[in-house]
Ligand binder design. Sequence first.
Ligand code: ZN
Length: 133
Amino acid sequence: MVGKVDHIGIAVANLDETLAFYTDILGMKLHGTETVAEQKVRVAFLPVGDTEIELLESTDPEGPIAKFIENKGQGIQHIAFKVDDIEAALAELKAKGVRLIDEKPRYGAGGAKIAFLHPKATNGVLVELCQRD
Ligand code: ZN
């Protein structure tokens, strides 16, 4: 069902400060930043190999990333797997009785179609499916 690891999402308190570590210290290239209003985040993309690091900073104290940091601190927030057909993947998961956060795909950063599986269905990992056309 899933292909490669599309990206790893990391919750950060301060995007600009964190970016300096990835670019200046690790030598990664910033591919761009984007604000996704629906998810109340500002996102930075840093390609590495054939995957990407996605740094997520909350734009709202009530947003999901702010809540995540409040509960667990900064760190890895989700792992995203590439799928070719997200609707088909969601239908298959539903048929297998997997609890979903998103029954239908929504718009994610970079114009991707994304959907999250419920961490209770994945033994604690927030899994995202990601389709890029
Ligand atoms: Zn993501």
